[in-house]
Write a protein that binds this ligand. Structure first.
Ligand SMILES: CC(C)(COP(=O)(O)OP(=O)(O)OC[C@H]1O[C@@H](n2cnc3c(N)ncnc32)[C@H](O)[C@@H]1OP(=O)(O)O)[C@@H](O)C(=O)NCCC(=O)NCCS
Length: 371
């Protein structure tokens, strides 16, 4: 049996949703660069779930359906209020709340394709509401209902802050959502597929995926990038700080990737947004520091910046709390998880690999009083 550590290089399924070939990322064959420059996040959701770009009327109906399904049960809001608001991480709150929303969905265990697509839509619509509701509740504020005349990206920022966002904020946030939407068989998407391949339900698949995204080697890296930048504090300290971390054999968050060898194609878009937004806020130090670190790590370790590296200073510049960075990743990536869940159901087989046994053999059982 071959057993590459971390399943490196193993092709575990076929998929028509997204691909990484020669360091190029495409969604359903559309280059991520084109989508980042031109499309709304809602168009990308439609693309991932239908394998085609929507017409105007198809897009309008998707937007309407998302707007109609954004509210969450009052019981879930009450539950969010009952957490220890000083210590509970928003990713843990999101994981629990998504599972709980499933309790209030009468179709949760209905496995027909149409029902699964309806659940996908409901979950995509409700996740931003959960994230923003929890963010407000822990600040002692009431959750805000979405505005039906705002798009997905604008509504998120509106529900978070309680005021209409500026155009540049919506543009940046929309682009970040587009760039994070799907990424072939990343750890959380694989988790979702493994879960639903047992013919478990959509809510279980997404809850499991949120758990996988939370880890620092995956989506949890973006929050830690900002923690690192804050610790560094001053651009002139950046290299000394990084050298110390590397000498201690610590990983630099936001750097490196399992698949990309020469660079993550999403990073350049986030880098440019970081440059623009930090210019507007006047806190150019976050961008300058990031560029220094990126160049140093590339030169000394041969590792490229990944999607999480510049998204940190982008979200910070949008005035978003640092521990909401990974939940925002989930707000976008759930579109990809749901596409993969629907694809898995459509041609399912249980995912059950093997382990190479390396433990002891031929042990003689000793009764407990003789051990
Ligand atoms: C993304 C990541 C998990 C991919 O890991 P992987 O393919 O399993 O690679 P490994 O962790 O086995 O690392 C291979 C080598 O590169 C080094 N390396 C990888 N990423 C590194 C990083 N961010 N900082 C410093 N060294 C790193 C490892 O220490 C290891 O070196 P060694 O062979 O001398 O021991 C890894 O690059 C990482 O941990 N990055 C930081 C977390 C992050 O940004 N995650 C978000 C990913 S989108």
């Amino acid at each position: 049996m071959s057993n590459p550590k971390g399943l490196e290089g193993i092709v575990a399924t076929e998929s028509s949703i997204s691909s990484i070939i020669d360091d190029k990322l495409t969604y359903v064959g559309y280059d991520i660069d084109d989508l980042a420059e031109n499309s709304s996040f809602e168009e990308v959701i439609y693309l991932l779930w239908n394998q085609k770009l929507p017409t105007q009327s198809e897009l309008d109906s998707l937007k309407q359906e998302l707007a109609d399904n954004m509210s969450i049960p009052q019981e879930v809001i009450d539950h969010l209020k009952s957490y220890d608001l000083k210590t509970v991480h928003p990713m843990a709150a999101l994981r629990t709340a998504v599972s709980m929303v499933g309790l209030y969905d009468e179709e949760a265990d209905v496995m027909e394709e149409d029902a699964n697509r309806r659940k996908a839509l409901r979950l995509q619509a409700k996740i931003p509401t959960i994230v923003t509701a929890f963010a407000r509740i822990r600040n002692g504020e009431e959750p805000i209902a979405p505005k039906s005349d705002l798009g997905f990206a604008a509504n998120f920022l509106y529900m978070l802050k309680g005021k209409d966002p500026e155009d540049i904020e919506v543009e940046a946030f929309n682009k970040a959502l587009v760039l994070h939407a799907d990424h072939e068989l990343n750890a959380s998407t694989f988790t979702a597929r493994v879960c639903v391949a047992t013919l478990s339900d959509v809510y279980s698949g997404v809850t499991a995926a949120i758990g996988a995204l939370k880890g620092p080697l995956h989506g949890g890296a973006n929050e830690r990038v900002m923690k690192m930048l804050t610790e560094i504090g001053d651009e002139n300290r950046a290299i000394e700080y990084i050298e110390e971390k590397l000498a201690n054999k610590e990983k630099i968050m936001g750097m490196g990737h399992r698949v990309y060898q020469n660079g993550d194609p999403r990073a350049k878009h986030l880098k440019e947004m970081s440059r623009q937004l930090t210019g507007i806020t006047g806190e150019t130090k976050w961008y300058d520091m990031s560029v220094k670190i990126e160049e140093y790590i590339k030169e000394n370790k041969g590792l490229p910046a990944n999607v999480d590296f510049y998204s940190a200073s982008v979200y910070h510049s949008l005035g978003i709390d640092h521990d909401l960075f990974t939940p925002i990743f989930a707000v976008s990536r759930v579109s990809g998880w749901l596409a993969h869940i629907l694809e898995q159901y459509s041609n399912n087989r249980l995912i059950r690999p093997r382990a190479e046994y390396v433990g002891p053999n031929k042990q003689a059982y000793t009764p407990i009083d003789q051990r």
